[in-house]
Design a protein around this ligand. Structure first.
Ligand code: GRF
Length: 195
């Protein structure tokens, strides 16, 4: 299986995914694409021998469909079987999602269905939650809403800040996403929960 990974920033999840696809793993990374020219992950991908591409969303302004048409065309050139959104910070419209649904995953830093959207850790702390975590799900047109394929959770500790929590959850993301991708690439959609 060929996997294209979409990033916007540091790409730490992308690195974990790329480094997991070795040996008898049924998939290999075929492209890392960013909407952001200066995404730190682009260099990390190139250093690991993965083709990279940039499709900057800014020239398209509010015309999401125009951006997504270019995005789709560039992705299609790499012939991916699976798309992994990994810290990709652009909302994708139904027009794009419908062309990839069933073949597109995302990782979100909360225990969905709680805290769709942004600032998930601050919201969990604000609510006085005792646990937090991350979720890998299939992407559907509704934001952060598709079938859940994996979840990993941590206990929220006393004195926790959004920053300390984000760092701990990010470490879990780096374990969960590769575990889900390996199964998904083998055609297994059974949900994983960690620990
Ligand atoms: C992180 O906040 C992570 O929780 C979310 O995307 C952001 C950037 O991740 N999935 P990455 O380091 O670019 O993978």
């Amino acid at each position: 299986k060929r996997v294209a990974i979409l990033i916007s920033g540091s790409g730490s999840n992308m690195v974990s995914l790329v480094e997991s696809m070795t040996g008898d793993h049924p998939a290999r990374a075929c492209l890392v694409l960013s909407n952001n020219h200066d995404a730190g992950g682009l260099r990390k991908a190139a250093d690991r021998g993965v083709d990279t591409a940039v499709v900057d969303h800014r020239p398209y302004g509010e015309d999401r469909a125009a951006f997504e048409d270019i995005l789709h065309a560039r992705l299609t050139e790499a012939r991916p079987d699976i798309l992994c959104l990994a810290g990709f910070m652009r909302v994708l419209t139904e027009g794009f999602v419908s062309r990839w649904q069933g073949r597109m995953l995302n990782i979100h830093p909360s225990l969905l269905p709680k805290y769709r959207g942004l600032n998930t850790h601050a919201r969990a702390l604000q609510a006085g939650d005792t646990k937090a975590g991350c979720t890998v799900h299939e992407v559907t047109p509704a934001l952060d809403d598709g079938p859940i394929l994996g979840q990993a959770e941590v206990a929220i500790e006393a004195g926790e800040t959004a920053e300390t929590l984000a760092a701990r959850v990010l470490e879990l993301e780096h374990i969960l996403y590769p575990a889900v991708l390996r199964r998904f690439a083998a055609g297994d959609r059974r949900m994983i929960t960690l620990p």
